[in-house]
Design a protein around this ligand. Structure first.
Ligand code: ADP
Ligand code: MG
Length: 247
């Protein structure tokens, strides 16, 4: 569903993304790992349209989106987590999801809503919170949530916007080490239930290996390895460059 063809983005002499090719299939959960500065975030920004490449192509569902503005990509179904910036801090968890749904259906622009539309949106919001095991927290505001639950809410909202491809850039960053797997568990459980294709960016291989169908390793802007998590971890170049193990 996503094809990246020979994509290049340099910042001066820094080869952030250097002739990258990759493919994500329908329903696949793919992780990109690599040390800081490998080019992971730049790649996500290119896919979501926040920056434009120097050359190469990005195809999503057979459409060329290489130079499409971000809102067009969101409409087509490319969603990303927003690092919490879009949460309404004085609204409840439930309202935050409802607001996302209202905006998806264009209901905010239309003003007041008929009661039946309103209750169907509430039902949908509760279903989404259920999928993420968050319904018991629906009446709390974001201030009352742990860092891990904030991340889950953030992703539930990307999810409410009905992404076909979710881009998650370090979904557990800032989450206490002990909670990282719990957060990954709820995210991946919901993603699998809906069969959404997902690209997870992570610098720590341990966090994603159990959740990924495929792992892609980036280093200095290039893809240096790709395969099942266990295959990639045995790769000599990956061991040397990412884990610092020389054998
Ligand atoms: N807007 C920018 N201007 C200049 N250099 C950048 C910019 N964004 C990223 N870089 C550089 O590109 C390289 C890749 O960065 P990034 O994609 O953030 O890596 P990662 O997410 O893997 O840590 C780094 O050397 C970084 O300093
Ligand atoms: Mg990054």
């Amino acid at each position: 569903m996503l094809t990246i063809d020979n994509l290049k983005k340099h910042f001066g002499s820094v080869k952030a993304v250097d002739h990258v090719n990759l493919e994500i299939k329908e329903g696949e959960i793919v992780s990109i790992i690599g040390t800081n500065g490998a080019g992971k975030t730049t790649l996500v920004n290119l896919i979501s349209g926040y920056i434009k490449p120097d050359s190469g192509r990005i195809l999503f569902l057979d459409k060329d989106i290489t130079y499409a503005p971000p809102y067009v990509r969101i409409k087509l179904g490319v969603g990303r987590s927003f690092q919490l910036i879009q949460l309404f801090t004085n609204s409840t968890v439930l309202d935050n999801v409802r607001i996302a749904l209202f905006s998806k259906y264009g209901m905010i622009r239309r003003g007041l809503l008929p009661a039946d539309r309103y209750s169907s949106v509430t039902d949908e919001a509760i279903k989404i919170l259920d999928s993420f095991s968050m319904s018991d927290k629906k009446n709390l505001t974001p201030k009352g949530l742990s860092e891990g639950d904030l991340k889950i809410l953030d992703i539930a909202i990307a999810f409410a916007l009905k992404s076909k491809l979710l881009l998650l850039d370090e979904p557990t960053s800032g989450v206490a080490t002990n909670d990282k797997f719990k957060v990954m568990d709820s995210i991946v459980k919901a993603i699998k239930k809906e069969g959404i294709s997902t690209l997870i960016i992570e610098h720590d291989m341990d966090i994603v290996s159990g959740y990924s169908d495929r792992v892609i390793v980036m280093h200095e802007g290039k893809v240096i390895a790709e395969g099942k998590p266990n295959e990639v971890m045995e790769n000599k170049e990956v061991k040397a460059t990412v884990f610092g193990i020389v054998s």
